[in-house]
Every structure is written in C-alpha cells, then in structure tokens.
Design a protein around this ligand. Structure first.
Ligand SMILES: [Mg+2]
Length: 407
C-alpha cells in the first residue's frame, strides 16, 4: 500500500492526447494565421487521482522554437521517462528533489513548498535544455493532480487575493480596417476592459489611431508586435506615444534586449517584454537593464506555474506590474491562468478572455464574462486543482492522433 503523505500524488502513468479545436474565427498575428488550435493535452495518472494540463506550444514554431510535434516528441522520448523514473526513486533529480531558488521571497516559496510533487518536476527535467512549454505542461498536470488530492484550488495554492479578474482581449491583424473596428466594437460591447492590438510593419499607426478614436481617450489600449520590428523602426514606434497606450509589447527579437532598451529610452509608452522573458533570472536582468518596465507572464513560456510565481514575486518586490498573457488556451489552461491573474502583482488586465472569444465549444465548462459589477471580468475557479473538468467526449471527438500511454 502506498503511504499517503503530504507528498502524495505519486506518478504512475502519463497520457498524451492530440486534439484540434475549431476556432470561431481565424487568428492572425505577425507570424501567420490559424483556423484551428492544435493542442497537446497531458493527463497524469497518480495514486491519488488524475491531473490534466494543456501544452501551449503552437502548431508551428513561429511564436517560439517550440511546437506541438516537438513538445510531444521531447515528452515521449526524454521528459516522461525521466519523470516516471524520478518518481520511482531513480533517474534525474529523484523524488523530493527540491528546487533551489534561495533568493525567492517567501510567498512563492511557501506556495511551492506546499506542492512537493509538482515542485519536484522542474528539477527532474532540468537535464533537458529548453522545451519550457513541454515541461510546463507536465508540471501543471502533476500540480492539478496534487491539488485535487489535497482538496485545494490553484487560486488558494498560488495566493490569489481576488475572486474576479479583469479581462482584456487580444485582437489579431484584420483583413481591413473596417473589419478591425467592427471586431473591436463587438468586444467593447461584450464588456472587455482592455483591447490589445497585434501590429506589424504596415499595420501599426493607422489601425492603432482608428481604434483609439473608437475607444475614446479613457479606453485601455495596448499593442503587441511579436518581434516584427527592427532597431531602425524605433522612430516609428515612438510615434505610438500619441495614442496613450498602456504598453508596447515585444517589438524586437527575443534576444535583442538592446533595441528594447533603446526604444524605452526615447518613448513614454512603457515597453513590455513577452518572448524574451524565460524565467525569473531573465526577467530581473531585463528589468535591471531598462528593457522592460512591465512583464507579461506566460506560464508555458516560463516553464510552468511555479516559475511564474517566482517571477511574480520578484516583480512585486520591485514594483514592476505584471499581467497574464494568453496562448489561445482552452478552458483547461485558461482556468489556471485566471487563478494566476488573481495574484496581487497582476495589475493590468490579462489576455484571459471568455471561451467564446476563441471557441464555440470549449474543452471544459465555458468561461463566461461576468455581468453587473463584474462586467468584463472572469470568476476565479474555486474547485480543487484547476477547478474545471475536461470533457473527455470532446478529447475523443477532436482527436487528431491516437493517444500515447507512457508508464
Ligand atoms: Mg505577446
């Protein structure tokens, strides 16, 4: 019989499911256009129950070097065997291996210490370079199983301070200005509290100006370039100052902190990094250099929710606001993101939109915008683990490949 201790949730098997979820409308960024979201789901089976998570890697390696086929391959070949071996008492890292982040402040450290099985995932997988989105999915699935076994919600584990979070919406590059304005007007009507426009060279000052006019001076507006510009575009980007934006997100390549520093020095609009921030260390470095004054936290990009807690804690101590980005998550990933966005340092609305922004039918119970005083907000799930249930009939119906069982 397995000893039931606080360190429960002993891993027994890992299942990978590939699904294709239809999008309500194509989503276009400076990288390209998507009509379905291909999703890799991870289910862990433990002696204390199951846990689910989704991997945020896209179908193509455009936003980051990670992509669905690559994530599935690295999990199958390296990460899952190591994690299963570590849990069995051998392998890389081993059971009870605890993450060493001595400078982590108390809130994040306490949260992480309360989930020893999830906390052991990162160290057990550290022998593989990169592949943060794949690692994050495994950690999140173990975290879900562990918190369900403990009867605790992600919000309570993370240290959430609010029951509702403000929602923004990320608006892709539209075929025409007219269609963009129609789409934005629809989101305003639905109650979204902040609009984010995707921009790229040739689609910047004019659409941003038109949307500013539509929203009026008080409407919260920001832009995201997904690395589409070069240092020579700094004068053009500085012209965005006249639109009163909350921030300009990641105009330059992820390795190019210098251009972000140069832009920040000449424009009043805060520069916010997304793609460049891989963990607490890179976040602190970028802040110290003046490359970013606001941080977009995406758990997949940072290797998991636990590293996201460390980044949040570090930014909170420096009074650097953070917000929660989005990767077109289904309800499964969205639930965890909404819990994260309820932490005290998340001072700007996230890309934590309602399910119907992306999906006619969601993988879990749908997230719906609140009404009345909660107009433009989502309720933070309070149930155990993610607090949402995966609809397994949809996992089967949307399957694009047979499931893979690893044990
Ligand atoms: Mg972004």
């Amino acid at each position: 019989m397995t000893e039931q201790t606080n360190a429960g949730a002993r891993l027994e098997a890992i299942e990978l499911h590939r699904i294709e979820v239809p999008l309500v409308r194509p989503f276009e960024t400076s990288f390209g256009r998507e009509t379905v979201r291909e999703v890799l789901l991870v289910r862990v089976r433990t002696d204390a129950g199951d846990g689910w998570a989704e991997c945020v890697a896209g179908r193509e390696p455009f936003y980051s070097s990670e992509y669905v086929d690559g994530a599935a391959a690295v999990i199958e070949r390296y990460l899952a065997p190591a994690l299963l071996a570590a849990t069995a008492g051998g392998g890389h890292g081993g059971p009870g291996a605890s993450p060493s982040h001595p400078s982590t402040a108390d809130g994040a450290a306490a949260a992480i210490a309360s989930v020893p099985a999830a906390a052991a995932v990162g160290p057990a997988l550290a022998f593989v370079a990169g592949h943060r989105m794949a690692k994050a999915a495994l950690e999140a699935a173990v975290l879900d199983a562990e918190l369900r076994a403990q009867g605790r919600s992600m919000a309570s584990c993370f240290g959430a301070v609010r029951d509702w979070v403000d929602c923004g919406v990320s608006v892709g590059i539209a075929p025409t200005l007219e269609e963009l304005l129609d789409e934005v007007a629809g989101y305003v009507e639905q109650g979204y509290r902040r609009i984010k426009l995707k921009i790229k060279p040739g689609w910047d000052l004019v659409p941003v100006g038109a949307v500013r006019e539509l929203l009026g001076p008080a409407g919260l507006l920001q832009v995201d370039a997904n690395t589409a510009y070069h240092q020579g575009d700094i004068p053009l980007l500085a012209e965005l100052d006249r639109f009163g934006l909350l921030l300009i997100e990641q105009p330059f390549a992820e390795e190019d902190l210098a251009s972000h520093v140069a832009l920040a020095a000449v424009c009043d609009t805060p520069v916010c990094l997304d793609e460049s921030i891989l963990d607490r260390t890179t976040a602190l470095d970028a802040i110290e250099r003046g490359a970013t004054s606001i941080v977009n936290i995406k758990p997949g990009r940072m290797g998991g929710y636990l590293e996201s807690l460390r980044v949040h804690e570090a930014c909170l101590a420096l009074e650097v606001p953070v917000w929660c980005g989005g990767m077109l998550e289904t309800g499964l990933g969205r639930a965890a993101n909404v819990a994260l966005a309820a932490l005290p340092g998340f001072l700007l609305p996230g890309d934590t939109s309602a399910s119907d922004r992306y999906y006619a039918e969601d993988l879990t119970e749908p997230f719906v915008l609140g009404t009345g005083e909660h107009r433009g907000q989502l309720a933070v799930p309070q149930g155990s683990g993610t607090g949402v249930e995966v609809r397994e009939e949809l996992v089967r119906a949307w399957a694009s490949a047979p499931p893979v069982l690893l044990r």
